[in-house]
Design a binder for this molecule. Structure first.
Ligand code: OFO
Length: 170
């Protein structure tokens, strides 16, 4: 059994993870529409990862015999002004998701909910990695993306990314 506040926060995190997936799918579609299929692939994999994260939260709540609440997922409804815009948007988004995970962690810490803290440890680390990956991509775009040949090579590299399911055991 979990504390009600923790359950509510975990349920709200499910929505944020599904929204993240939707947001990254929107970014993927944007790049594919612009014929940058490698960037499109990179974001499609981000979307898959976020979906997998939502499912981990669902599993954790169910394993603790609590009710999963699936709320409406907001439309990303974005208009991207240039190729860099989604990259910056995704960095900003990851920073906000890190803050959200940290807020649940802080609540679990206050309540001495060690089980939830242990579950969230993986996400704390994952957020650190995701922030770094997106930040790296922003920087590499800055360096190479404004030159057509550089953009072509970066796109080709991003096309090689494959999905690896999270290995977290709940
Ligand atoms: Fe769910 O991994 Fe970042 O947002």
């Amino acid at each position: 059994m979990l504390n009600k506040k923790i359950t509510d926060l975990l349920n709200s995190q499910i929505n944020k993870e599904f929204y993240s997936s939707y947001l990254y799918l929107d970014m993927s579609n944007y790049y594919i529409e612009k014929n940058l299929n490698g960037f499109g692939n990179w974001f499609a994999i981000q979307a898959q990862e976020e979906y997998a994260h939502a499912m981990l939260f669902i599993k954790y709540i169910l394993n603790n015999s609590e009710k999963v609440v699936l709320n409406d997922i907001a439309s990303p409804n974005k208009h991207y002004k240039d190729f860099k815009h989604p990259l910056e948007g995704s960095l900003e988004h990851e920073i906000s998701i890190s803050a959200s995970i940290n807020a649940i962690y802080a609540e679990a810490y206050t309540l001495k909910d060690f089980r939830t803290m242990q579950f969230l440890d993986w996400f704390v680390k994952e957020q650190g990695e995701e922030e770094k990956n997106v930040d790296d991509l922003c920087k590499r775009y800055e360096m190479f993306g404004t030159d057509p040949r550089g953009l072509y090579l970066l796109d080709a590299e991003l096309a090689t990314r494959v999905f690896n399911a999270p290995t977290l055991v709940i």
